[in-house]
Design a binder for this molecule. Structure first.
Ligand code: CUA
Length: 247
């Protein structure tokens, strides 16, 4: 039952979608029952000639029931979704072997940092941000020397956990790839980690999902999910195209 949702392209997608569907079914049934009840009362107790308004204090038993049912439902939904939350956003959720990519958000673009041959991202520091160094990469850190910084293109290997180190330069932005069912706010002054594992090679779109200014609508990047071999070839070619690593 997901023909009306974006395609599923990460390991999170099936479980997120079933959670979403269950919540929609439960809230949908509740919505219909409440609206039918409301309309019934409006019609049954409408004003008529000769009928006088009277005071009623209500029905304690009915109130207990309609408070208890939603409370219990909420607790069950909370417990059922907790495992999913811990797995996706929990403090220790990022797999140890996840491939690191730096994502720096600013009005109104995304700057992506790839770790190069050493597999490590160099240190970044907000004070070092400049036109020539859009992510504030610290060149005194040896791990930064082979890092590749590019604009508005997120390339990831398929079938491998990826951890994004998310930063923002100015206001709150939000990293959102609908097909991965992953969304995370980027907050100035914080480095936030978020992870996912893409499952379907292809082209997607990274959008900003927090209203961040006049150019919010155009703040997007292309997302490419490659096989590992394709990814390695792309990275090598991109590093060469950029010229010698900065030292
Ligand atoms: Cu950045 Cu909206």
């Amino acid at each position: 039952m997901n023909w009306w949702l974006p395609p599923q392209a990460s390991t999170f997608a099936p479980t997120i979608d079933s959670m979403f569907t269950w919540i929609l079914i439960i809230t949908g049934i509740t919505f219909v029952l409440v609206e039918v009840g409301l309309i019934w009362f409006v019609i049954a107790y409408r004003g008529r000639p000769g009928r006088k308004a009277f005071y009623t204090h209500g029905n304690t038993r009915a109130e207990v029931i309609w408070t208890a049912i939603p409370a219990v439902t909420m607790v069950i939904l909370g417990l059922a979704s907790n495992g999913l939350w811990v797995k996706i956003k929990g403090r220790h959720s990022v797999p140890a072997d996840a491939y690191p990519i730096g994502v720096h958000a600013k009005q109104f673009e995304w700057w992506l940092t790839y770790p190069g041959a050493d597999g490590k991202l160099g240190r970044v520091s907000p004070e070092l941000v400049s036109k020539a160094n859009p992510t504030g990469l610290d060149t005194t850190d040896a791990a930064s020397h082979d890092d590749l910084v590019i604009r508005n293109q997120l390339h990831v290997p398929v079938g491998r956990p990826v951890v994004v180190y998310l930063t923002s330069e100015d206001v709150i932005h939000s990293f959102y790839v609908p097909q991965f069912r992953v969304r995370q706010d980027a907050v100035p002054g914080m480095e936030i980690r978020v992870w996912f594992e893409a499952t379907v090679p292809g082209k997607y779109e990274l959008g900003c999902s927090q209203l961040c200014g006049m150019g919010h609508y155009k703040m997007r990047a292309q997302v490419f999910v490659h096989t590992q071999a394709e990814y390695d070839a792309w990275l090598q070619q991109a590093v060469q195209a950029k010229g010698a690593p900065t030292t």
